[in-house]
Design a protein around this ligand. Structure first.
Ligand SMILES: CC(C)(COP(=O)(O)OP(=O)(O)OC[C@H]1O[C@@H](n2cnc3c(N)ncnc32)[C@H](O)[C@@H]1OP(=O)(O)O)[C@@H](O)C(=O)NCCC(=O)NCCS
Length: 149
């Protein structure tokens, strides 16, 4: 397990219940238990933001071995800690860990109505690449965004 400040890289062999529970409670499109189980240590990495021994957020990426691009699947902060600057600190630490893995570009999809996430991504330097109309099951468009690290 790697640590940098209050960020931890979690083992995918034993994903903490707290992470899955936060996904179910707070993520716009939570995953099934099977989706979490299907994560592969060769292709995915999971970071946790930890404050006083409590996991207050997590972020999940897909990374193709040998490639310098990561796909951000999920980033989530417990609502109690939003709008506090912690998400910026978490992202800055994630960027350092991704760079140490040779990643220089991150892309993601975000629901067009998710103003908090879009604001966060823009603040962290993500640019809009394109829109995928009706991408989500609720009919919402997806914004495809990317950032060079
Ligand atoms: C995405 C997330 C981690 C961002 O963390 P946060 O603490 O809420 O965001 P920040 O306070 O860093 O906000 C960054 C910017 O986004 C914008 N923003 C944040 N919340 C907003 C809201 N509710 N409405 C509109 N804009 C908002 C602001 O421009 C803000 O900049 P400012 O602080 O200078 O005003 C958090 O909102 C979250 O966990 N959301 C639920 C999970 C999720 O939707 N993840 C993304 C799925 S792709």
């Amino acid at each position: 397990m790697n640590t940098t400040g209050n960020i931890l890289e979690l083992s995918l062999k034993a994903i903490p219940e707290q992470v899955v529970a936060m996904d179910h409670e707070f993520f716009p499109h939570p995953w099934s238990a099977q989706q979490w189980k299907d994560l592969n240590p060769e292709q995915h990495c999971l970071f946790a933001s930890v404050l006083e021994n409590t996991t207050i957020g997590f972020s999940l990426f897909s990374i193709v071995p040998g490639d310098d691009v990561a796909h951000l699947y999920k980033i989530l902060l417990n609502p109690l800690y939003r709008r506090s600057g912690i998400s910026h600190q978490f992202w800055s630490e994630i960027v350092l860990l991704l760079k140490s893995k040779g990643i220089h570009r991150v892309y993601l999809e975000v629901e067009s109505g998710n103003a908090a996430a879009i604001g966060f991504y823009k603040k962290e330097g993500f640019k809009l690449l394109r829109t995928n109309p009706g991408y989500y099951s609720n009919g919402e468009d997806a914004l495809i965004m990317e950032s060079m690290l």
